[in-house]
Design a protein around this ligand. Structure first.
Ligand code: ZN
Ligand code: ZN
Ligand code: ZN
Length: 281
């Protein structure tokens, strides 16, 4: 068993959208609580992040998370709501991140991601030449790759999201318990289903992109695509009635608040992930 904490569960603009006055955002502002969604990223156990949200600092403060314990960050892609380069580079700034004890070694962090993530890091060091390169060890990842970090195994799947970048989704497992973390993406490709089939084990938890809500999918999924994905995974035998099914990366686009959408999806056996939700995988 390992823990998955959703630090943020909103789409790029957040919920309510930062500068948005649409009716859904106005209702979300009034209702508060789980209607307030920061930009998506997730914590695995205490030492691994999937993505680094522009909201990572307030997320850590709100949830009492000590980010100095983070040993690896696994990126899905470089959209600015997932790769906060400013926060990432501060990890390489010895004036900003001080590691006085030897438990952290040289204070290095392992960063996993596609080539665009590697290029972003290169740019970060060009802009900040005084920062310490040895503090950030970049590991290139492409679809079909597997790697191990922080005691968990990751298997990269192709996302269907951004034309000029090989965006990734991840199967995460500890040898027994398995998570599918799948945002940002439109409907999964046959290649992704092939990798899931090859992996072959049942998922304990599945988290699917649902930025589109009640709208048809595009580079993100909506409820219709989520239900079709779940049917397919069920037919493949990798989910069953004990699998926790969560929707994530929810946007104001379809004009419905998180609470309203949560009510809507209950009948399908689905839950909308919310900021601070911790699940045991
Ligand atoms: Zn996103
Ligand atoms: Zn809005
Ligand atoms: Zn994106």
């Amino acid at each position: 068993m390992f823990s998955l904490t959703f630090l943020g569960t909103g789409a790029a603009e957040g919920f309510p959208g930062v500068f948005c006055a649409c009716p859904a955002c106005e209702r979300a502002r009034l209702a508060g609580g789980r209607n307030l969604k920061t930009r998506s990223c997730a914590l695995l156990e205490e030492t691994i992040l999937i993505d680094l949200s522009p909201d990572i600092f307030p997320q850590a403060l709100a949830l009492g998370i000590n980010l100095s314990k983070i040993e690896s960050i696994v990126f899905t892609h470089t959209h600015a709501d997932h790769l906060n380069l400013y926060a990432l580079m501060s990890r390489a700034n010895e004036n900003a991140a001080i590691f006085p004890d030897s438990a952290h070694g040289k204070g290095s962090i392992d960063v996993y991601g596609n080539n665009a993530v590697g290029r972003a890091i290169e740019l970060g060091f060009i802009e900040n030449p005084a920062f310490r390169r040895e503090r950030m060890v970049y590991h290139p990842v492409k679809e079909g790759d597997s790697f191990r970090t922080g005691g968990l195994n990751f298997h990269a799947l192709p996302a269907n999201h951004k034309k000029d970048e090989d965006c990734l989704l991840y199967i995460v497992e500890n040898g027994e318990d398995t998570l599918l973390y799948a945002n940002d993406t439109g409907s999964l490709s046959e290649k992704s289903f092939d990798i899931i089939r090859e992996y072959g084990k049942r998922f304990n938890v599945v988290s699917l992109d649902c930025a589109r809500g009640l709208l048809p999918g595009d580079g993100h999924m909506g409820l219709a695509e989520d239900l079709a994905t779940i049917d397919r995974l069920r037919a493949m035998g990798v989910i069953d009635t004990s699998t926790t099914l969560l929707l994530n990366h929810f946007s104001h686009m379809s004009g419905i608040t998180p609470d309203e959408f949560s009510d809507h999806i209950k009948g399908y056996g689905l839950s909308l992930a919310f900021d601070g939700l911790e699940v045991k995988v």
